[in-house]
Write a protein that binds this ligand. Structure first.
Ligand SMILES: [Fe+2]
Ligand SMILES: [Fe+2]
Length: 169
């Protein structure tokens, strides 16, 4: 059985993950409008991953006999960014999510909720990967600066991103 405090915190994290999905979906549209279909593809997969994260918390709450309470999802503000700024915004957001996961870990530990603590370990590792993969793209974009050929090459590379289930097969 989940404590009401943990149940509430996990519901808030579902909302954080759904907002993340929404943000990446908006970024995908922005990239598509810039003619960067590879970038758009990358953000679309990111969107799907965030939906899967929300689903993981959703299923866990129910499995532990808790109550799922879905809240309104905030409006993602993307503005009019350069490709580099899009990814910088993505990284800043992932840093925020990592902070949320760490706070959840602290809470689970303080309540000796070992099951939730173990669930969160997966997310701790996932955040390390997400920050690293976003940082790697930022590094490449900083390297090519405004060079169109460089941007084109990165776009082609990001077009190859497949869902994890396919790339593992
Ligand atoms: Fe996530
Ligand atoms: Fe993420």
């Amino acid at each position: 059985m989940l404590s009401p405090t943990i149940n509430d915190a996990l519901n808030k994290q579902i909302n954080e993950e759904l907002f993340s999905a929404y943000l990446y979906l908006a970024m995908s549209a922005k990239a598509d409008n810039m003619g960067l279909s590879g970038f758009a593809n990358w953000f679309k997969f990111q969107y799907q991953e965030e939906l899967a994260h929300a689903d993981r918390f959703f299923n866990y709450i129910l499995e532990r006999g808790g109550d799922v309470a879905l809240d309104a999802i905030g409006k993602p503000e993307v503005g009019d960014p350069s490709p580099l700024e899009l990814f910088e915004k993505g990284l800043a957001h992932e840093n925020h999510i990592t902070h949320c996961i760490f706070k959840l870990k602290d809470l689970a530990k303080s309540e000796s909720d070992h099951a939730t603590d173990v669930l969160l370990d997966w997310f701790v590792n996932e955040q390390v990967e997400e920050e690293a993969s976003t940082q790697a793209i930022i590094d490449q974009l900083r390297l090519v600066k405004d060079n169109p050929s460089g941007l084109f090459l990165i776009d082609r590379q990001l077009a190859d991103r497949k869902p994890e289930s396919e790339s593992e097969a």
